[in-house]
Design a protein around this ligand. Structure first.
Ligand code: ADP
Ligand code: GLC
Length: 487
């Protein structure tokens, strides 16, 4: 039997992206379809989503729900892979300029509960047959935005609908989608769902908890994070529930879409290169130094960051180590956007070290590729990291990752310790204690390795030879689906 799965999510590359969730939702469905699982996606009808799809057609009118009238379900195709994407059209919810979650003042929209309840509800409607031409066996919900999908499916079953399997993937437990209990009435769920065994979380409605409670299976995006979130220290209040579901939880590492993130095919970088012919990488470095106003110096060890500027990402710790990079003759380039305090901190660092530190505030897909390609070292010093994608992209581009050893970072980067170098395993640098001494130690080891040119080249080659293709993850998800369907 061909398993049909419907992914429900808020973002999908290249239609709309604010972080790694979009990369995953853009790459996993085509990888699954190639390996025999039939995957489709449902997204909210944000303007960028509508603009990027071909052949949009009306599937069904869904009437009024959650205070939105005239809701329509449309279906289009995303090229080049040809993934079929359902779009929930509710213009009063989704036709807003800018960020999909935040208003112009960077505050969550006041009606986010209804906006994303509609996404979960629409996924459940598709799964119960609203499209006469297609119905999934499984709804696969991503993050809190889609967390109510399993709850609606359980509610529809009570009314006689056939059972549909559900998987909830946690990309980040820190974002839970919590709302005042007074909003529960607007969500069109049975009254008894507002309970500890349900959507209630410390007196609030939690979309993520709903997904974790009602879904048949839970996955998260790396094996280490799957273990971490079941501990009090990293469980963000949900570790108790997660512990009760430990046998239903699987950690599946994200992959890399090498048709987009590979220096041998990347049209956006200054020069293409491969592990065997790496000359283009120096051109990428020179172009990046030029573009960012850094001193043109081939020998300066260039550290790069592409990141959301949030507490999670540990960039305050990096700021404390900037003098250690600069005093050793290194350079730092940062692309990011987010917390005003971190943005200011970055700008101040650039002003204090002209020619050695450069910062671009904003979201810029092309520049992100230039930084991953042009840097010698890509830094991901996150306090916690469910998976992390930039360290995987860095490996592919021979830019050695420097990471805090947590979550998916621990699962993907092998430190240049003497033992790992001797055993031909090393691919980057890591540090365990999240403090200045920890990160500075790793930075010093990066400078030391760079000075040993042959060894550096060997590690770069090994990094570029790592394979984190999506096939492995797609097969693991297929196992989860099969276990769930009893196949
Ligand atoms: P997260 O999803 O927590 O933000 P990931 O490492 O999984 O972290 O994914 C981040 C994705 O977003 C990567 O594709 C990265 O290149 C991209 N990204 C982050 N910040 C920016 C930015 N300011 N401009 C362009 N791309 C960015
Ligand atoms: C989240 C996590 C990140 C992960 C991404 C995609 O945003 O913060 O670690 O790589 O989702 O799964």
């Amino acid at each position: 039997m061909t398993v049909c799965v419907l992914h429900a999510a808020a973002e999908m590359f290249p239609l709309l992206k604010t972080g790694g969730l979009a990369d995953v939702v853009g790459a996993l469905p085509p990888a699954q379809s190639q390996l025999g699982t039939h995957a489709r996606v449902v997204l909210p009808g944000f303007p960028a989503v509508l603009a990027g799809l071909d052949d949009l057609k009306l599937v069904a009118s869904l009437g009024a729900a959650f205070g939105a009238g005239d809701i329509r379900l449309e279906r289009g195709v995303l090229k080049p892979h040809g993934v079929v994407v359902y779009v929930v059209r509710a213009d009063q919810f989704y036709d807003r300029p800018g960020n999909p979650y935040l208003d112009a003042a960077h505050r969550p929209y006041a009606d986010n509960d209804r906006r994303f309840a509609l996404l979960g509800w629409a996924a459940a409607r598709i799964a119960t047959g609203v499209d006469p031409e297609w119905k999934p066996h499984i709804v696969h919900a991503h993050d809190w935005h889609a967390g109510l999908a399993p709850a609606y499916l359980r509610a529809f079953e009570r009314e006689g609908a056939a059972r549909v399997g559900t998987v909830m993937t946690v990309h980040n437990l820190a974002y839970q989608g919590t709302f005042p209990a007074s909003e529960f009435g607007a969500l069109q769920l049975p009254g008894d769902f507002y309970a500890v065994d349900g959507v209630e979380f410390y007196g609030l409605v939690s979309f993520l908890k709903a997904g974790l409670y009602y879904a048949d299976r839970i996955t998260t995006v790396s094996p280490t994070y799957a273990r971490e979130i079941q501990t009090q220290a990293h469980g963000a209040g949900l570790h108790g529930l997660l512990q009760t579901r430990t046998h239903d939880i699987t950690g599946i590492l994200n992959g890399v879409d090498y048709s987009i993130w590979s220096p041998s095919v990347d049209d956006t970088i200054a020069a293409k290169y491969t592990a065997a012919k790496p000359a283009g990488k120096s051109k990428c470095k020179a172009a990046l130094q030029e573009r960012m106003g850094l001193t043109r110096d081939e020998d300066a060890l260039l550290f790069g960051v592409v990141s959301r500027l949030t507490e999670q990402k540990g960039l305050d710790l990096l700021l404390s180590a900037v003098p250690d990079i600069v005093q050793r003759g290194g350079q730092l380039v940062v692309l990011g956007t987010g917390d005003p305090a971190l943005e200011t901190g970055m700008k101040n660092a650039a002003a204090a070290h002209p020619g050695a530190v450069a910062v671009e505030l904003g979201f810029d897909e092309t520049l992100s590729h230039s930084i991953i390609a042009g840097s010698d070292v890509v830094m991901v010093p996150s306090r916690f990291e469910p998976c992390g994608l930039t360290q995987l992209y860095a490996l592919a581009y021979g830019s050695l990752p420097l990471v805090h050893r947590v979550g998916g970072l621990a699962d993907t980067v092998v430190d240049c310790s003497l033992e790992n170098l001797a055993d031909d395993l090393a691919t980057g640098f890591d540090f365990s204690a999240f403090d200045r001494a920890g990160i500075v130690g790793a930075i010093r080891r990066a400078f030391a390795l760079k000075a040993r040119r042959t060894e550096w080249k060997n590690v770069v080659k090994r990094a570029m030879g790592q394979n984190f293709g999506w096939e492995t993850a797609a097969l693991r998800y297929a196992e989860v689906y099969q276990g769930l369907l009893g196949a």
